[in-house]
Design a protein around this ligand. Sequence first.
Ligand SMILES: *Cc1c(COP(=O)(O)O)cnc(C)c1O
Length: 372
Amino acid sequence: MPDIHETVLEIDLGALEHNYRYLRSRIRPATKFMAVVKASGYGSDAVAIARKLVSLGVDALAVAYASEGVALRKGGITLPILVLHPQEGNFEEIITHNLEPSLYSPRILKGFHEIARREGQKGYPVHLKFNTGLNRLGFWENDVRFIREEMGESEVLSVKGILSHLGASEDLDERDFTERQIAMFRRIVQEAEKALGPIPIKHLLNTSGILNYPEAQWDMVRSGIGIYGYGNDPRFDPELKPVVSLKTVISQLHRIEPGETVGYNRAFRAEGYKTTATLPLGHADGIGRHYGQGKAFVIVKGKRAPIIGNVCMDMLMIDVTEIDCKEGDEVILFGKGQSADEFASYAGTISYELLTGISPRVKRIYKDRNPG
Ligand SMILES: *Cc1c(COP(=O)(O)O)cnc(C)c1O
């Protein structure tokens, strides 16, 4: 990589390929693989991630909202795209762009059916999402009869898939709960197929589901965080490679005398002679104030340096007193030498939140072992 002169989010498509192949190796060859690229590909770049995955043979993609699916279509992606959270206001847009809605309630099913009928659709592919304990989105088990009646003999919609979502697949202390979710999904699948006929794609597992409950893979799995390099468990860290790294550079060094303070509201007070470095990123870039006040560390020349004082909007300061470094040197927030999981834990959060919060202001740069 060339030297960097500003804050960048480096996206390593070779690491993406590695993670994809690893996760595939954990499931049966015939099981389809849906890659979840919602929230800009977990904060990276959904179109770049999707293009790479298409070249690797991924079967389908998932996004949270319709607008994210439209952006993928505009980026030239022609694969099936599941919209996990379709909303009344975008049913037409979903149909125009040939996106597949995950219908999750009588209201949403009725509404989508009506629009699809009005648009003259025949056999429009939809997925039915059931709640099995997460209690977030989903039909109830006893909605099967409503679904049967709503579909009637109409040929407007075609049930391509049925899904549910695990609530604690990464937490092995919740194995009983997860097993109950799996059993409930099995029962719902049976009832739904009895009422509606065979449903081609039954899918339940997210990343931690793939790793911990592969017996419940049915016809397809949906992986998000895993393809970006995180398995929610130190056991899997050696198998996965982080796709994104947040890097920056030292803008300026300051020598601080005892008793001087650094940053807004004088939140850091030097007890001795200190050397501090100012970095060109702040809470507007996704590194919130909760990383300040000495709680989080960044990596300079392979060593850990604490973030001191209050994180500003566009800058933050670190203590490099013990580190031999100069202006222009590279600084790593997460990536090589410190994972996003570790960095997130300094602020009591998780990789998902940290990654998806890196703002569009941060330049995305790409690295590919085998470009093209
Ligand atoms: C986000 C999401 C996923 C992906 O979960 P990971 O833990 O990132 O693998 C899968 N299914 C649904 C319904 C989701 O909302």
